[in-house]
Design a protein around this ligand. Structure first.
Ligand SMILES: NC(=O)c1ccc[n+]([C@@H]2O[C@H](COP(=O)([O-])OP(=O)(O)OC[C@H]3O[C@@H](n4cnc5c(N)ncnc54)[C@H](O)[C@@H]3O)[C@@H](O)[C@H]2O)c1
Length: 329
């Protein structure tokens, strides 16, 4: 039994601490992908975006652009980076991702300031179910705007150097998504959009690797303020209960995981980072693979029973019909 546990710990990297040699090797590998590159992050002033910037800086990136609407935090971050570096290593640009014209301008300024863009993290997003039109605009329109501009600027056939585009979605599981129906829809939109871009070989020809990142529950303002931005009190209560019960990771765990993904993630791949553990690759099956099969009509029978019982229950509740109806199944 003890032997089995030791074997498991050896086989699963997240269950054991890395040795100093392994850490050094990993850092070298990450640096070979990231060092000397120019990074652009939307929503880079807070939360996950800010953690991405900090962890990339540990791996010797050349320059960074933070695009955000939070002027105070955005300018503070850029100034702090420039003070440490002793030169204009970071640029803050105020742009609202929902306004494509502002984004066109921001990408142009960023490219000029950094002399080209190599890695884009399409990260800006909000959770605000009550202002759902704004939520859809930021999470879908903003995401599309940033991705299209990233491709335009990095594509080798348009004078770019090629690069990497990371689209930030969310690890949508049924536990959390039930309280966040609109937010969940926007994040599935990102997965669909990113997967579609990722399966198209023309982007490989452009020299751009497109990867989808799906973080699990992470401790940021988005999560902490979340309960007050939901559609109903019941949803709020369930969401708060989830926050108390489900494991929550730090933004730095996600940023560190992203470094690993950058080393091994292929064009079109989708990655999950949850509970602060090592990233794992996820696959979204094709619809044909999801086709339900029935063995000796067993599943069909079960479904019929389920529907009959539900109908009977609803009917009983609505009309106080005699209990006999419930027995029809
Ligand atoms: N926190 C989580 O649990 C979690 C999990 C998975 C995915 N995500 C996603 O990660 C991304 C970052 O979220 P976070 O948790 O760091 O939230 P956050 O609120 O801490 O940071 C979001 C940043 O985006 C900026 N932003 C908001 N609207 C913008 C706009 N219109 N234009 C430009 N910038 C804008 C904000 O000012 C802020 O700096 C989002 O896309 C979110 O959906 C979050």
């Amino acid at each position: 039994m003890i032997k089995l546990e030791v074997d498991l710990v050896e086989q699963i990297p997240q269950l054991r601490r890395m040795s100093a040699t392994e850490r050094a090797k990993e850092k070298e590998e990450i640096n070979s992908v990231v060092s000397g590159k120019n990074l652009l992050v939307t929503g880079g002033a807070n939360g996950l975006g800010s953690a991405f910037v900090k962890v990339f800086l540990q791996h010797d990136i050349n320059k960074v652009t933070i695009i955000d609407v939070d002027n105070v935090k955005g300018q503070m971050s850029a100034s702090a980076i420039n003070k440490t570096a002793g030169y204009e290593k970071a640029t803050y640009i105020r742009a609202d991702v929902t306004k494509h014209e502002e984004m066109i301008d921001a990408f142009k300024k960023s490219s000029e300031a950094m002399d080209g863009i190599d890695i884009v993290i399409n990260n800006a997003g909000i959770l605000d179910e009550r202002r759902w039109e704004r939520e859809i605009a930021v999470n879908i329109n903003g995401n599309v705007s940033c991705a299209l501009l990233a491709i335009e600027h990095m594509a080798m056939d348009k004078g770019g150097r090629g690069g990497v585009l990371i689209n930030v979605a969310q690890h949508c599981n049924s536990e959390t998504s039930a309280q966040l129906p609109i937010y969940t829809a926007t994040k599935w939109a990102t997965i669909g959009f990113s997967k579609a871009l990722g399966t198209s070989h023309q982007f490989e020809k452009k020299g751009i690797r497109i990867i989808t990142l799906c973080p699990g529950l992470t401790e940021t303002a988005l999560t902490i303020d979340g309960p007050n931005k939901l559609l109903s009190r019941v949803m709020k209560a369930d969401f708060v209960k989830n926050l108390e019960q489900l494991p929550i990771q730090t933004p730095f765990a996600v940023a560190k995981g992203l470094m690993t993904i950058l080393c091994s993630g292929e064009h079109g791949s989708i990655w999950v980072i949850e509970n602060g553990a090592h990233p794992y690759e996820a696959c979204i099956p094709e619809p044909q693979a999801l086709r339900r099969t029935f063995k000796d009509n067993y599943a069909m029978d079960q479904e019929v029973q389920h529907v009959k019982k539900k109908l009977a229950r609803d009917n009983h509740e609505n009309t106080q019909a005699p209990i006999g109806l419930a027995t029809c199944g």
